[in-house]
Write a protein that binds this ligand. Structure first.
Ligand SMILES: Cc1ncc(COP(=O)(O)O)c(C=O)c1O
Length: 388
C-alpha cells in the first residue's frame, strides 16, 4: 500500500451511512459492482469478481479453468507460498520450477518441467516484474497447458502494453496491505471466458444465485465462499483512482536509477517488459553472495532470497506434504495424485536459490522526491564501488 487517506475515509463513510455494507443491492449499482466494472475496463477483460483475498482469487481461478485432483500445476521457485497453497486447496499438486535472471518463471525450465499430468502453470509477476508472457503463452499453447496468472504483486503493471493478469486463461490479484492498491484484505479473479468466470464465481460465492437469480444452464457446486464487502469495494474505487499516477512515478524513478547507475558495473536483473512493469523495485544481481551482502548492507536493500517468505525452501506445509487438515482431504495422499511428482527437496531449484541469493532489491516509492532519488543513486554508486 502506498497511499491511503481522505478519499478512502469518505468512501467508507458513504457505505456506513447507507447502513448496508452488503455487496448486493436491489436495483442499484453497488460499490463492489462498480469496482468490478471499472477494473474490467482497466484490464481490458470481460469479467472481474472481487474476493476476500488473493489466495481465494487464485483458488477460484484454478477451479475456474478446471484444475483438480490428478493434476500437476507448475509454480515458480520464487513466490509467496499462497501460490502453491491454492493449488493444494483445489486438490492438485504443485511442482516447483526454476526462475531465471528476471526473477520470474524461466520459460525454458517451464517447458522442460511439463509432464503427462501437468494441467496448468502459474506465472507469478513477482514484485511487479512481468514474466516473459510471450514465451510462456507460446509454450503453453504448444503443450495445451492452462495459464493462471498470479498478478497479486503486480496490480497496475503491464507486459508489452497489455495489463498483467489479463493475458493468461485466468488471472488473480491481491489487495492486501503489501500490494499496489489495498483495501485491508481482498482480491479479484479475472477472466474473459463466461464458463471460467461462472465456475470461479461459484467458488467465490456459492450462494450467488440467491441474489442474481437461478439459471438452470449454470453448473452449481458447493464452496465455502469468499465474498467481498461494500467497504472493500468502496475503498478500492478510491484506490483505483490513485493507481496509474503512482505506478508512473515509480517507473520514472526506476528508469532514472537504472540510467544513472549504468556506469557502476552493477548488473540489473533481466527485464521482460521494462517500459510496462510496476517499477516498485530496482534490482541488481551481484557476482557473489558476499558481494550481495555487502551491497545490501551499504544500500539498506533486501536480498531476494532473504525476505523470509518468498522462496520455496520456506513453504513448510508443501515440503512436509501437509496438504490439508484431514488425511482424506490431503492431495498428497489422494489416489488420483499418485502419479504426480511430489518428491521435493530443499535444493530442487538450486539455480533459483543461487540467483535469488545474489539479487539485491531496492524500493522506489511514489512519494519520493527528486532529491530522495538523487540520494539513493549516490548511495548505490558508493556501495557498488565497495562491493564489486
Ligand atoms: C504472489 C502472491 N500470490 C498470492 C498472494 C496471496 O494474496 P493474499 O495475501 O491476499 O491472500 C500473495 C500475497 O502476498 C502474493 O504475494
Amino acid at each position: 500500500m502506498y497511499r491511503m487517506g481522505q478519499p478512502e475515509i469518505d468512501a467508507v463513510a458513504r457505505v456506513i451511512r447507507t447502513g448496508a455494507p452488503f455487496r448486493y443491492k436491489e436495483g442499484q449499482l453497488s460499490e463492489c459492482e462498480r469496482f468490478e466494472r471499472r477494473y474490467a475496463q482497466y484490464l481490458g477483460v470481460k469479467h472481474v469478481a472481487l474476493t476476500a483475498s488473493g489466495t481465494l482469487a487464485l483458488r477460484a481461478a484454478l477451479v475456474g479453468v478446471g484444475v483438480g485432483p490428478g493434476d500437476e500445476v507448475l509454480v515458480p521457485a520464487c513466490t509467496y507460498m499462497a501460490t502453491a497453497l491454492a493449488v493444494l486447496a483445489v486438490g492438485a499438486i504443485p511442482v516447483v520450477v526454476d526462475v531465471d535472471e528476471s526473477i520470474t518463471l524461466d520459460p525454458k525450465a517451464f517447458e522442460k518441467a511439463i509432464g503427462p499430468r501437468t494441467k496448468a502453470v502459474i506465472p507469478v509477476h513477482m514484485w511487479g516484474l512481468p514474466c516473459d508472457m510471450k514465451a510462456i503463452m507460446r509454450i503453453a499453447k504448444k503443450h495445451k497447458t492452462l495459464v493462471v496468472e498470479d498478478a497479486c504483486q503486480a496490480v497496475g503493471g503491464g507486459y508489452e502494453g497489455r495489463k498483467l493478469g489479463s493475458i493468461g486463461h485466468v488471472g488473480a490479484f491481491s489487495f492486501n496491505y503489501y500490494k499496489n492498491i489495498c483495501c485491508g484484505e481482498g482480491g479479484a479473479v479475472v477472466a474473459n471466458d463466461d464458463v471460467v468466470m461462472w465456475r470461479a464465481q461459484c467458488v467465490n460465492e456459492c450462494c450467488r444465485f440467491y441474489w442474481d437469480g437461478r439459471d438452470p444452464a449454470k453448473d452449481i457446486f458447493a464452496s465455502d465462499g469468499a465474498r467481498a464487502s461494500e467497504f472493500e469495494g468502496a475503498i478500492l474505487n478510491a484506490q483505483l483512482d490513485r493507481l496509474d499516477p503512482m505506478i508512473r512515478a515509480m517507473r520514472r524513478q526506476k528508469m532514472r536509477i537504472l540510467r544513472e547507475t549504468e556506469a557502476t558495473g552493477l548488473r540489473p536483473i533481466c527485464a521482460n517488459s521494462l517500459e510496462h512493469e510496476c517499477g516498485t523495485h530496482v534490482m541488481y544481481i551481484l557476482p557473489t553472495s558476499e558481494a550481495a551482502a555487502e551491497f545490501r548492507r551499504l544500500t539498506g536493500g533486501v536480498i531476494a532470497a532473504q525476505t523470509g517468505r518468498h522462496v520455496y525452501a520456506e513453504w513448510d506445509p508443501v515440503l512436509q506434504h501437509k496438504g490439508a487438515h484431514h488425511p482424506a482431504l490431503n492431495p498428497y495422499l489422494m489416489k488420483e495424485n499418485r502419479n504426480c511428482r511430489m518428491n521435493y527437496s530443499l535444493d530442487m531449484c538450486a539455480r533459483s536459490l543461487d540467483i535469488l541469493g545474489r539479487t539485491v532489491m531496492l524500493r522506489t516509492h511514489p512519494d519520493h522526491k527528486a532529491a530522495d532519488v538523487t540520494a539513493q543513486i549516490r548511495k548505490i554508486r558508493e556501495a557498488a564501488k565497495a562491493a564489486l
